[in-house]
Design a protein around this ligand. Sequence first.
Ligand code: C2O
Length: 508
Amino acid sequence: MGIRPITRRLTAAVALAALAAAPAAAAVLPNPGPGVRVRKEINSLTPLQIEAFRAGVARMQARPASDPTSWLYQANIHGYPLSSGICPVTPGGPLPAWGTCTHGTFFFLPWHRMYLYFFERILRKAVREAVGDPNYEFSLPYWDYQLHPDLPAPLRVPAQASNALYVQQRSVVCNAGLPCVPPPISSSAVALGLPEFCDCPMGAASCIGCERYPHSFLAFGSRQAGQGNGHGQLEFQPHDLVHVVVGGVQRGWMGYVECAARDPAFYLHHGNIDRLWQVWLNLGLGLHANPLENDDWKNREFVFFDENGQQVTMTGCDVLDTAAQLDYAYDGVPVQNVVRCEDVGGAGADGGFGAAAAFEEPEILGTSEPVAVELGNTPVTVTVPLSEEANQRILAVAGPDPGRVLLDIADIEVLNAGAVYGVYLEVPAGQTPDPQGPHFAGNLGIFVDLRHQHPQARGYDITEEVQALYERSRWSAPLSVTFVRATGQELGDPDRFLRIGRISVSVH
Ligand code: C2O
């Protein structure tokens, strides 16, 4: 079946990923090349650079919302609210390109790269005007929360309107400088260890036809079509989860697609996500690749505005090599393993993997009753019935048989934003679940999109967890799944955050 077999045991790749994600002390790009600017981790900026950054943001914020180079217009390109429940409606909208961000599809990474690129050009010009130096070198910094779990100090100190990088509409824990993005939430190890950009069946070489495949979390870069659970692993974690925790439980802006880009933290967060895209390409011994077999991914045009307020369009092909095409790179992350569109020629929409090509649907082995369980501040356990036969099948796949064991959580509704849950399997009574321990399957959290409030689904590859539990004699049927709030309860928290409808186990 397989054209390029997926390594089921991703341990080596994950170890590589962990290495790559580890701090490269005071890293600078070895040789960024002439004209290539380096985007740096914000904690390594000098106080003067921070002041310049702030002054540029303040300048954009002072512009009227009808000006495409203003803070509000730029934020509204990402998303804009239809009512003022979370952030205020901008009168006079919507204007061209507003609300065009893409989530849950394989345009997620390229669209946000383009968006950041033009935002940075606008901000650079604003910084130069503010400091009165037309040649001032400015690059957008990023926030590496794996290194620094606390919200960068310039965004929260001083906590007043004079600080253009501060907003009050955030998690109070983040704004207090506490480590609000702890390691189980900030980790990109699972995403960086995945070999495929798109959610394809085992062994498929391209994205074509993969829109039918329900398990986008097995891929790095989200799925081709955007229905249901389209979030790829990187988009899910760390991307979505960082939005959730920085937004916090008091309806902060970062937690909502429509308001997130009004918070300066948004651009630092997306700098990091954009950086991780290149980190992923640099891993995998040249096997990690962008979906260049897909013409839509390469050629679809998106609209932005440049630093002179001129409307511009960009495509995926324009943003593959950040150093050569966009004149930037990230500190310590060489731009390698980048294949440009002109290097592959016109593969055509088929790309060698016909849309009609068959692949195996996952085999569902057990599903909980429709549960409608509400997750609040105390742990909740749901039981998934498994026949003895189903159990043997799961153990075989977790052991010698090929395939993966998958846990799916479906029909998820957001009752209140701001909470992330750890998902644990078979927690023994009385034991405190540990995200470092063998019972931990992953996290659950939803970045709220008020425009598209259909029930969400999230999934987890639990192959290795099942194996580890079995070896410790901790695995048994039925399967119990426990949800535990991953960040501490705060005073005044709502008593419920998510409602989940169904949990199932399948093998694929
Ligand atoms: Cu378009 Cu982090 O979101």
